[in-house]
Design a binder for this molecule. Structure first.
Ligand code: B12
Length: 230
């Protein structure tokens, strides 16, 4: 099977929630010497997009989303141990507290970002999903983090990203942390509106973004967020 066929098969198997085919195809991808990061971004994530579109057209339902999410996790389980640190640029290390905001249990993108940050040399403190506003700050204080990273997949829950920033300001702690936001409904404009320091569209971009922020020599808060689109 060609590279394009394998990546296409991965996307289809994720979209169909077919875990066994996903694992088998992911192993075939590795055996063919294809970059696992490319297979994740060009194949697996496309599969989830297909489910999302089907869901919007009422052609797929909640169990399909769940199966797709499980298939993606199985896929990452095969690929992530093979993502090489040298695939990433080296990065100044520091601690990042990352979580999915209150009311939101989507964690696939957040986990991908956390994994990418780990392989680029950050210490990652993953506080999970449905994280209450205060918990981000308590944890950041506890582990002496440099960055607070928040994921949101629901449009409504993105409002909690703003609440975390407002709470940091209320407690006089805004200058201590770079605040980075991401997730499907989040945009550079939203990041600017809520006063975040950074936005990245992808997990790989998140690594580049954190490197620029932590190594950039400008203390938080930044007047405008740094944006990494790729
Ligand atoms: C899988 C899935 C689920 C699974 C989640 C499994 C899991 N463990 O995460 C389950 C079934 C649980 C689920 C539930 C629901 N879901 Co859902 N789900 C999806 C689906 C299909 C894929 C999401 C995903 O994992 N994408 C792949 C990852 C890799 O992409 P990502 O998360 O965007 O992350 C990337 C970037 O955004 C970025 N990133 C992410 N986080 C961060 C953070 C930072 C700091 C940075 C820098 C970057 C960054 O990097 C990542 C990698 O490149 C999407 C559709 C879609 N295509 O997005 C719907 C979707 C997100 N779900 C949706 C809905 C409506 C729901 C439910 C409300 C359904 C229901 N009626 O119950 C519930 C909500 C439950 C809750 N309270 O959270 C809607 C949201 C609409 C909206 N905008 O508000 C979507 C868009 C589907 C749709 N088209 O309508 N869902």
């Amino acid at each position: 099977m060609s590279k394009a066929e394998l990546i296409g098969r991965l996307a289809t198997a994720i979209a169909d929630g077919d875990e066994e085919t996903v694992k088998e195809t992911a192993r075939a991808v590795l055996a063919a010497g294809i970059d696992p990061l490319e297979a994740i971004t060009q194949g697996a994530v496309k599969g989830l997009d297909i489910i999302g579109e089907r869901y919007q057209r009422l052609e797929a339902f909640l169990p399909d989303l769940i199966r797709g999410g499980d298939a993606m996790k199985a896929c990452l389980g095969v690929f992530l141990p093979h993502v090489k640190p040298e695939q990433m640029q080296s990065i100044s290390s520091g601690t990042v507290v990352i979580g999915t905001v209150s009311g939101d249990i989507h964690d696939i993108g957040k986990n991908l970002v956390a994994s990418m940050l780990s392989v680029t040399g950050f210490d990652v403190c993953d506080i999970g999903t449905d994280v209450p506003v205060k918990r981000f700050i308590e944890k950041a204080e506890e582990v002496k983090a440099r960055v607070i990273a928040m994921s949101a997949l629901l449009t409504y829950s993105a409002n909690y990203q703003k609440q975390v920033i407002d709470y940091l300001k209320d407690r006089g702690l805004r200058e201590k942390y770079y605040v980075v936001v991401g997730g499907a409904p989040v945009s550079p404009e939203w990041a600017a509106d809520i006063g975040a320091d950074g936005y990245a569209r992808t997990a790989i971009g998140a690594g580049r973004l954190m490197k620029k922020l932590v190594g950039g020599g400008t203390a938080p808060p930044l007047p405008q967020p740094l944006v990494v689109e790729q």
